[in-house]
Design a binder for this molecule. Structure first.
Ligand code: COA
Length: 178
């Protein structure tokens, strides 16, 4: 009963006060040990944690961010500036605690990163997602990303088949940052 009330209270707080008390800070190495065990649950049971090894928490600190409330991680964003293309930045992973979703936490993390991109004179942001991840497609579309042409279409969405290897189809997002 107490847990139920506590969960309700957290959701109510999320709707009323979330934005004002959330802080965004840079990622540090030790965040890996807090975030990695959460990933598969936050991705709805998909096995995703292997795609975010510790190296991302060690070598991309300047371009990756944590959203936290009272010291608790409620969202994160892992990105980097492309080493190969001096115009491009790449978003690797974004996740928000399911209890806190649709409160513009993901949006604030992205806007924070767009400022970093501008400071570094990058003009283009890229990201990819799996065609099954409809939430990611809706979120990126709302955040102003376009979907690049594919060789197949799934549920009306252009998809590049075998992009990440056999049977690993991907939706490719791109956004220009002024
Ligand atoms: C994708 C994700 C990070 C979005 O985080 P969020 O904090 O809930 O998103 P926001 O509240 O900032 O939403 C930004 C915009 O996207 C829209 N949006 C977010 N989730 C949506 C959904 N499920 N369906 C439709 N639109 C959605 C919001 O309505 C908002 O639009 P608005 O500015 O017009 O109000 C979150 O759902 C998540 O962690 N999903 C699981 C992990 C994942 O799939 N990550 C992406 C691939 S790496």
């Amino acid at each position: 009963m107490y847990n139920h009330f506590f969960q309700w209270w957290k959701i109510a707080l999320a709707q009323e006060e979330r934005i004002s008390i959330m802080k965004i800070r840079s990622v540090k190495s030790s965040d890996y040990y807090a975030i990695s065990p959460l990933i598969n649950e936050w991705w709805g049971g998909r096995q995703m944690s292997d795609m975010l090894p510790k190296l991302f928490f060690d070598h991309f600190n300047n371009t990756s961010f944590i959203a936290e409330e009272d010291g608790h991680i409620i969202g994160f964003l892992i990105e980097f500036l492309s080493q190969s293309n001096s115009d491009v930045a790449y978003i690797h992973f974004v996740g928000v605690n399911p209890v806190y979703r649709k409160n513009h936490i993901g949006k604030q993390l992205y806007n924070n990163f767009f400022n970093v991109i501008r400071e570094n004179n990058r003009k283009v942001v890229r990201a990819v997602t799996s065609p099954v991840n409809k939430v990611s497609i809706a979120y990126h579309t709302k955040m102003g990303f376009s979907i690049e042409n594919g060789d197949i279409e799934i549920d009306g969405v252009p998809v590049v088949s075998n992009y990440d290897g056999p049977n690993k189809d991907r939706v490719l997002f791109v956004k220009n940052v002024d």
